[in-house]
Design a protein around this ligand. Structure first.
Ligand code: FAD
Ligand code: SF4
Length: 398
């Protein structure tokens, strides 16, 4: 890594102007601040440096010879967990919000970077620095859209914050780790979620309209471990659409180009990661990456039930078959998709093997995307662990 000079007060880019990463920009927010000065080094899509940053954040980089390390990144501990009393309206059971509330209430941090939504639109992200539990809770539930969380970075120095928790997804956290030492903080905690297949606000609309029967009443959705997308509607009803019935031909351009070229699904650089895909249905999945993560996790241990992670089934054939199917934009008739969903739920991969299924499917798809659209970036942009994962499969030549 090259060294960073103290930033001259560079000027933030105007909203809507072309970003340094061009079409690969994930709107992480860095370029909305004077920290744009560091963009060439910090941007996850210009300068992939996960291994180096892992060493700085966790004291070591992942061991590629260890399968769990290679797939899920550096970790001290991994488990399934859920809140004894789930937070109403959270994405899952609200472990992320609970940790953030505890950190504020106990005075461990003075502020929490999180993302609320605008008054007019429940899916329009509005990053804030929350100072109270109420403000943290107002940010619960995923905004399944690119969110400029780092756009609040200038406020940190202005408000003289010294101890901060940042909640964010992989690309935001990679940029944050690079500028971390410039922020004037005494202590930074990072609570991450996995992230994949994110979209712009317009892309989200298209996804909802092509996939849900009632797009306007969707409150949240998740690609679940039962191989169905679960849409939760305003009246509390759940609509389930099998993955295999998604109109892939129509949805091909929906996902943001940044997410089609991302290999940090598991948020490698956060201190603690809270997702769901490595746990059985109904449970969340926790990875404690380092001592700070351990400290954060301990704050909610009495509020949650935990159990060991499991791993069942064999993903490899399903992944290999999905590669040409996705490429050709195959959509199964709904009855066949439902049937396939039921069969695969019974015999398909579960627990960590499901997480590997999801990582393999996305990494192979994204590898092909980068190879076809940005061949000059392929070598440096794809981390070594992702190259190893992709090499298990046969990809089309072109
Ligand atoms: P809550 O208590 O509801 O809190 C959610 C937190 O997420 C809030 O603090 C909010 O600030 C933050 N947040 C919401 N939207 C965004 C955003 N766009 N960018 C940054 N931060 C945001 N987990 C998996 O295991 N596999 C996946 O494939 C996966 N895909 C995801 C895709 C997206 C776009 C996102 C945002 C998350 C994804 N997750 C995934 C994580 C998972 O859906 C839950 O967010 C996680 O388990 C935490 O649930 P919770 O109930 O504890 O969160
Ligand atoms: Fe700037 Fe972030 Fe976009 Fe990269 S992804 S160009 S750092 S806003």
């Amino acid at each position: 890594m090259t060294s960073i000079h103290p930033h001259s007060k560079a000027k933030a880019l105007k909203p809507g102007s072309r970003r340094p990463a061009k079409e690969l920009c994930s709107e992480c927010g860095l370029c909305d601040t004077y920290y744009i000065h560091y963009v060439k080094e910090a941007c996850a899509f210009i300068n992939q440096q996960i291994a180096e940053l892992e060493t700085i954040a966790h004291g070591k980089s992942r061991n590629l010879e260890d399968e769990n390390d290679c797939y899920f990144g550096v970790h001290q501990e991994m488990m399934a967990a859920r809140k004894k009393e789930p937070i109403e309206g959270a994405q899952w059971t609200g472990i992320v919000s609970s940790i953030a509330c505890e950190m504020l209430d106990k005075g461990i941090v003075e502020g929490v970077v999180c993302v609320q939504n605008t008054k007019e639109d429940r899916f329009q992200p509005m990053p804030v620095i929350a100072r109270t539990s109420e403000e943290v809770l107002a940010a619960r539930v995923n905004k399944p859209t690119l969110s400029p969380n780092l756009s609040i970075l200038e406020q940190i120095k202005e408000s003289n914050l010294k101890r901060l928790l940042v909640i964010g997804v992989g690309c935001q956290i990679q940029a944050l780790r690079t500028v971390e030492k410039e922020l004037g903080l005494k202590k930074l905690y990072v609570l991450g979620t996995p992230c994949v297949d994110n979209v712009t606000r317009e892309g989200l609309q298209k996804f909802l309209e092509t996939t849900s029967q009632s797009p306007d009443t969707v409150v949240h959705y998740e690609f679940m471990q039962d191989f169905r997308v679960h849409f939760k509607h305003e009246d509390g009803s759940i609509e389930k659409v099998p993955f295999f019935g998604l109109k892939t031909n129509k949805l091909k351009d929906v996902f943001a180009p940044s997410c089609m070229s991302c290999f940090d699904y598991v948020n490698s650089l956060a201190d603690l990661v809270v997702g769901y895909m490595g746990a059985e249905f109904g449970w969340q999945w926790i990875m404690v990456r380092n001592d700070k993560g351990k400290e954060m996790f301990a704050l909610v241990e009495d509020q949650i039930n935990t159990k060991p992670v499991i791993s069942q089934g064999d993903r490899k054939q399903a992944v290999q078959q999905s590669i040409p199917a996705y490429d050709k934009g195959v959509t199964l008739p709904m009855w066949a998709a439902k049937l396939m969903g039921v069969v695969i739920e019974r015999v398909g991969p579960k627990g960590l093997e499901y997480a590997r299924f999801s990582i393999d499917s996305h990494f192979t798809r994204n590898y092909l995307y980068v190879k076809r659209n940005h061949p000059e970036k392929l070598d440096n942009h794809v981390p070594n662990y992702a190259k190893k994962i992709v090499s298990q499969y046969q990809l089309p030549d072109k």
